[in-house]
Design a protein around this ligand. Structure first.
Ligand code: ZN
Length: 232
């Protein structure tokens, strides 16, 4: 099977999973894979990610102009182009509106409290970018400060974007963000949070570089909400 055909089938599979898990509704969400230096394979606009065929996908150049495919490219292509431009290590991007994480984004709340060790180790934290109108260059601009440092970003009043070295890893980060948002929500319902200490966070960061090495390539997804010197 050619590499492009494999990527087409993977995008269809993870698109269906986004839909099955209610991470998207109607025609929402988009996924892409970098095919080579000049071409990106991306989902079209106005297609349910639960009923997409591999032939629905579109290939665009690094400017976002369509070079293959019949359908129109997603209106959120600017966000994908920005991430590929800023992060040469990124090979795939997933954007969705998972309800709990998007609830935090709609409440103006970042997911930056270090509440769960696996999340600190895998993603550091999930910052909240300010609001930008979808389909405009304004949206991509809001993400710009975070893209070099984080692999998952909440988009105010909109949703979540995650990315990685494969579409599988990009998708898994989306699951992690939504799962963590549910856990964070439960701590809010319980009225108590017990964040990890700065010392414990440092140990996780060490373990992170040992276990994941270059596979997690965000430069330093530090936990922003809490610095070691503040810990008692
Ligand atoms: Zn969206």
């Amino acid at each position: 099977m050619s590499a492009e055909r494999k990527h087409r089938e993977e995008i269809v599979r993870y698109g269906r999973m986004l839909h099955q898990r209610c991470f998207v509704a109607a025609m929402d969400g988009n996924l892409s894979v970098r095919l080579d230096d000049d071409r990106i394979l991306v989902t079209p606009t106005c297609v349910s990610k639960g009923a997409m065929r591999s032939t629905d996908l579109v290939v665009v150049d690094r400017e976002g102009a369509r070079v293959a495919g019949r359908r129109n490219v997603t209106s959120e292509i600017g966000m994908h182009l920005l991430i590929y431009r800023m992060r040469p290590d990124v090979q795939a991007i997933v954007h969705a509106h998972p309800p709990t994480a998007t609830g935090f984004a709609a409440a103006g709340m970042a997911l930056t409290e270090p509440l769960v060790c696996e999340v600190v180790m895998g993603l550091g934290c999930i910052p909240l970018a300010r609001y930008g109108t979808p389909g405009t260059s304004e949206l991509a601009k809001t993400l710009e400060p975070y893209v070099p440092h984080y692999d998952a970003i909440l988009m105010s009043n909109h949703g979540v974007v995650t990315y990685g070295d494969t579409i599988e890893h990009a998708y898994m980060k989306m699951e992690t963000v939504e799962h963590f948002a549910q856990i964070a929500l439960v701590t809010h319902l319980l009225g108590r949070q017990q964040p990890l200490s700065g010392v414990e966070i440092e140990k996780l960061m060490l373990a992170r570089s040992k276990y994941f090495g270059h596979k997690i390539a965000a430069s330093m997804p530090a936990v922003m909400a809490r610095s070691p010197e503040k810990v008692s």
